[in-house]
Design a protein around this ligand. Structure first.
Ligand code: NAD
Length: 281
């Protein structure tokens, strides 16, 4: 069984981005800029934002974090986004979710210039991805696809089963797999026999949020299993896949932690660099 080392692959991606940014600097006399907006005091969000800032700086991205109190007026946030849209030093804008309830998430996402939408949540990017056009792709599924490519060079004709249909993970993942010519089954909380669906899969992407949902006898011998889940349990952080059992049958598997997680931030940095390049085209 191949253990897909997300930590190592994310580090390689960050090293590659570091080199790219040096080249971009000499070509354009400018570097990519990422602005992250954090509203409120949600503890996990504060940690994510801190890590995003740290890794962005490390690869040479000009990183800025704007922090607002939880009672921020929606208009102030929208005006700030419009200002950042017009700031040519900013190549990527990310508004950390979740937002306080009084702020309309949809309005916020739609106000971000889709060319600076490093999260890939803007409807233009979602539409472009589903039409098979060039687009910003949400960071976690982008990370999953890069991990998948490390062990399966040619995905054409493979049967992929995606568990979960969120806008953040399941849906964009499905679109990416279709683009790679996989036959895709998308499953969700109302799927009747998830085990049978999984047993048909050459590739399983589990993005559910239920600890160790995918068992060893759900997985075909040799299948590639990508575990997106991050679940806090009494025994520590576990994924959506029962790692010990599944590692005995899978051909390749991502661990949790150390699999998809590190790829998410690395892909945010990749999206920032890609937006910088596209804005200059
Ligand atoms: P979500 O709650 O938005 O979506 C969960 C999906 O799972 C839904 O589509 C739902 O229909 C489906 N589902 C629920 N119960 C099911 C069941 N019994 N069988 C089949 N499907 C079922 O969650 P999300 O935001 O997509 O996140 C999923 C998991 O991925 C969570 O554990 C989250 O913490 C993790 N996550 C990890 C990263 C990372 O960087 N590794 C990033 C984002 C989310």
């Amino acid at each position: 069984m191949i253990l897909i080392d997300g930590k190592k692959i994310a580090l390689e991606l960050r090293e590659e981005l570091k080199r790219k940014i040096v080249e971009l600097k000499s070509k354009y006399n400018a570097i990519p800029g990422l602005t992250v907006i954090l509203v409120g005091e949600d503890p996990p969000s504060k940690i994510y934002v801190k890590n995003k800032e740290k890794f962005a700086k490390e690869v040479g991205i000009n990183s800025e974090v704007i922090r607002y109190p939880a009672n921020l007026e929606e208009k102030v946030l929208l005006d700030k986004i419009k200002e950042l849209n017009n700031n040519e030093k900013v190549s990527g804008i990310l508004v950390q979710l979740p937002l306080p309830k009084h702020i309309d998430k949809r309005k916020v996402i739609e106000t971000i210039d889709y060319k600076k939408d490093v999260d890939g949540f803007h409807p233009t990017n979602v539409g472009n991805l589903s039409s098979g056009y060039d687009s910003s792709i949400p960071c976690t599924p982008l990370g999953c696809s890069l991990l998948l490519k490390k062990v399966e060079k040619n995905l054409s004709g493979k049967h992929a089963v995606v568990i979960g249909r969120s806008n953040l993970n399941g849906k964009p993942m499905t679109q990416m797999l279709l683009k790679e010519n996989c036959t895709v089954t998308i499953t969700h909380s109302k799927t009747e026999d998830l085990k049978t669906e999984c047993l048909r899969a050459d590739i399983i992407i589990a993005a559910v949020g239920i600890p160790e949902l995918v068992k060893g006898d759900w997985v075909k011998k040799g299948a590639v299993v990508i575990d997106v889940g991050i679940n806090k349990t009494e025994k520590g952080v576990v994924g959506d896949v029962a790692f010990e059992e599944v590692s005995k049958v899978a051909g390749a598997l991502t661990p949790v932690p150390g699999g998809v997680g590190p790829m998410t931030i690395a892909c945010l940095l990749k999206n920032t660099v890609d937006c910088f390049k596209k804005l200059r085209k």
